[in-house]
Design a protein. Structure first.
Length: 198
C-alpha cells in the first residue's frame, strides 16, 4: 500500500462522514460494522504473520528491548507535552488529555467526568494524534525507522496498525502491536492514578 492510497482512503472516509453516512450504525448481532471490520483486519494480519517467514523466537528476544524503550518514550513524550500544556493552561487536566496516547474514547470519557471542556479537548487531541500517525508514519518511517511507532501511542495495535504494517514491515508491525497493547493495558492505571492526585 502506497502513502497516497492511505491518504485517498482517509479523504474518502472524511467525505462519507460529511455526507452523514454513519458506518457505526450498521450492526450485526450486536457488533458494529467498525468492530467487525477491525476484527477481520486483525484476523487477516494474524494469518499473514503465521504464514510469514519471520522468526518469532529471535524477534521476541530483540524486541523486548525495543518495546520497553518505545513505551517509555511514548509516555515521556506525552508527559512532556502535558507539562507544556499545564504551563500554558494552568490546569492539570491538560496533562491527562495529552497522556491519552491516541486512545480518545477512553481519555475523553474519563475526563468528561471531571470537566466537559477537558473531555472535549482530550477527544480532539487524541483523534488528531491518531490521524497524524496515519498520515505521517509513512514519511517518518523512512527517517526514524522503529522509533516512528511512538507517534501512534495506543493506536499502534488497532487503527494505525495497518499503516505501520504496510510501511514498516512484519518485524516492525509485531513490535508496534506489542507497543500498543502495553500502552492500552497500562494507560488506565496511569490516568486513574494521576486523577486521584488532582
Amino acid at each position: 500500500m502506497k502513502y497516497w492510497e492511505v491518504l485517498i482512503a482517509l479523504i474518502i472516509g472524511i467525505i462519507i462522514g460529511i455526507l452523514g453516512v454513519d458506518l457505526s450504525n450498521f450492526s450485526f448481532s450486536g457488533f458494529s460494522m467498525i468492530d467487525i471490520l477491525l476484527v477481520c483486519l486483525l484476523l487477516l494480519i494474524g494469518v499473514d504473520f503465521a504464514l510469514s517467514d519471520v522468526n518469532f523466537r529471535s524477534l521476541s528476544k530483540n524486541s523486548v528491548k525495543f518495546i520497553t524503550i518505545l513505551v517509555i518514550s511514548t509516555y515521556l513524550g506525552a508527559a512532556l507535552a502535558g507539562y507544556i500544556a499545564v504551563y500554558f493552561f494552568n490546569d492539570y487536566y491538560a496533562l491527562i488529555a495529552t497522556l491519552g496516547c491516541g486512545w480518545y474514547s477512553y481519555t475523553s470519557a474519563t475526563l468528561v467526568r471531571y470537566s466537559v471542556y477537558w473531555g472535549s479537548v482530550a477527544l480532539i487531541a487524541n483523534i488528531l494524534r491518531e490521524i497524524a500517525c496515519i498520515m505521517l508514519y509513512p514519511a517518518l518511517n523512512k527517517k526514524l525507522k522503529i522509533s516512528a511507532i511512538t507517534i501512534g501511542g495506543a493506536t499502534t495495535m488497532d487503527t494505525s496498525f495497518p499503516v505501520i504494517s504496510s510501511f514498516g514491515g512484519k518485524d516492525v508491525a509485531l513490535i508496534a502491536f506489542a507497543h500498543g497493547l502495553i500502552i492500552t493495558l497500562t494507560l488506565p492505571i496511569i490516568i486513574e492514578t494521576l486523577l486521584s492526585f488532582i
